[in-house]
Design a protein. Sequence first.
Length: 207
Amino acid sequence: MARVTDTREKLLQAALQLVWEEGVGSASVDDICEKAGVRKGSFYHFFKSKGELIIAALEDHFESARVEFDRIFSPSLPAVERLKGFFDFMLKRQTQKAEQAGRVLGCPYASVGVSCSSEEQLIRERVEEIFAVYRKYFESALRDGKADGSIPVKDIPVTVETVFEFIEGAMSAARIKNSLKPIQNMSRGAFMLLGLEWKPETSGAKV
């Protein structure tokens, strides 16, 4: 049983790595199997298609990330501290990934979403569903910040969308430029969008 579980996990990890680094079109079933070190027959034992595997890989990655998000966005923390924690976490995670891959990769979900062809609509739809859950963390922080007066926000849905799109834009710019600088600057830009005072010590992560 452990061997079967390991095989599926290897396929999930290999698929995520390939589509994150190279895009959906560049990751064939053969490439994924080779990366995972498993036979093609094992692939079809677990998944009907490449698209099904990619969706499963994205879901698996996001479920792991949510453990950290639940901690960072804990209601027991002040709203502004949750935002600080998020930006520190993202910079740390992206720095680690850049060291592993040899270049800055940005957001895995956006990287997969923009590389989908018109025939891969199910993958794109799953990416948007993940983003919708992602945005709820920000929404909860902004609602609590508005309630206690720590975040001067009026229209929460519009603000959440604006900040989220800013973050994804910064992550994409980091990938295009192969530089962590846009990610280092994300917290400052987001705080400015929220009407919060920015201080150099706002973000404690070091690169």
